[in-house]
Design a protein around this ligand. Structure first.
Ligand SMILES: NC(=O)c1ccc[n+]([C@@H]2O[C@H](COP(=O)([O-])OP(=O)(O)OC[C@H]3O[C@@H](n4cnc5c(N)ncnc54)[C@H](OP(=O)(O)O)[C@@H]3O)[C@@H](O)[C@H]2O)c1
Length: 303
């Protein structure tokens, strides 16, 4: 019988990509969604409310692993209401999944949590897993998220948290809007251009999730990003090259603020800040990246 992996919040950008990848590897994939229960594409969707135990928790019993992608998107304006939901959707889902695991007769081998490199704040210093944390709302979200995850005591289940970088994939994620800007000759350097983008190809991210699912030695916190972060200036240059566009006017910081709030309805800090992270633990364990350079990664996804 195929091993079952439950992807909570797996209806989004990263979950859909992992569902397809795991299905191709022979896993039986269940997606927990606030939407309706149904069989679709690569998975069986099961309704949950991401807050309370319910019929869905039977899916956790006997599963091989649980991966939690749940959380209100951070791609929004940080109003009081949105901030509260960004935090509560993450903490509540962690807690209720842990409750469901504790109630299992046959608990999963691994509970894997999607976290974020945003915990390092806005920094140009090279950050491995042990680097100091930053300051601000996004950092606080990550700290509360990680603390909630590691506070849950699950004796029979290995816990892994992947601090995910700027994941490049098709059908969603942060690459799509940037590629659109380039198409309209608006893909210039953003702000100072000195902020770092710690990127990785989603194929490599899926392999990292597979490692977390299958490798019994994999435990604790990992930076889930590529080995070669670049500045925004370099990222936009390579993106323009791949899309065969020559030059585009830079977007100075005040314009980014206006455009983010008025047109894109999102926080300007998402584009104006960054971090320079490396996946030290994955590299030390011999993880082999398919994409270490940005240009081939973008060529694969955009051409
Ligand atoms: N994409 C990246 O590059 C990246 C980088 C770093 C960290 N991450 C983190 O990785 C996780 C997955 O990322 P993603 O890009 O796949 O996100 P996504 O596309 O926004 O998917 C997240 C899923 O969470 C569920 N959800 C949304 N709002 C919710 C709420 N208020 N309460 C409960 N569930 C809610 C939704 O599923 P339903 O509507 O079906 O319930 C949604 O499909 C997120 O926590 C994100 O912060 C992503």
């Amino acid at each position: 019988m195929a091993k079952k992996v439950v992807l909570a919040g797996g209806s989004g950008f990263l979950g859909q990509s992992l569902a397809e990848f795991l299905t191709a590897k022979g896993y039986d994939v269940i997606i927990l969604t606030r939407g309706e229960s149904q069989q679709k594409d690569h998975a069986r969707y099961v309704h949950w409310d991401a807050e309370q135990m319910g019929e869905w928790s039977a899916e956790i019993d006997g599963s091989y692993a649980v991966v939690n992608f749940t959380g209100k998107s951070v791609n929004c304006i940080y109003t009081k209401k949105n901030r509260a939901e960004i935090i509560s959707s993450r903490l509540r889902s962690v807690h209720v999944l842990a409750q469901a695991i504790l109630a299992c007769q046959s608990p999963p081998n691994a509970f894997i949590q999607a976290g974020s490199l945003a915990i390092f704040g806005d920094t140009k210093k090279l950050c491995d897993e042990d680097a100091p944390h930053g300051y601000g709302f996004s950092v606080d979200v990550c700290k509360q998220w990680e603390n909630a995850f590691f506070a849950e005591e699950l004796v029979a289940t290995r816990k892994v948290l992947l601090r995910i970088g700027f994941a490049l994939g098709k059908n969603g994620g942060a690459l799509e809007p940037l590629a659109k800007l380039v198409t309209y000759n608006l893909g210039g350097t953003v702000g100072s251009g000195e902020q770092y983008i710690s990127w990785l190809h989603v194929d490599d991210l899926n392999e990292m999730f597979l490692t977390a699912i299958e490798n019994e030695q994999c435990s604790g916190i990992y930076n889930a990003t590529g080995p070669t972060p670049v500045t925004n200036r370099e990222f936009m240059r390579v993106l323009r090259k791949v899309k065969k566009k020559r030059w585009a006017p830079p977007a100075p910081t005040p314009l980014v603020w206006l455009g983010a709030y008025l047109l894109m309805k999102t926080e300007p800090s998402l584009a104006l800040t960054g971090r320079n992270c490396i996946p030290k633990r994955f590299l030390d364990s011999g993880f082999r990246f398919r994409y270490t350079e940005l240009e081939p990664a973008l060529l694969d996804l955009l051409t």
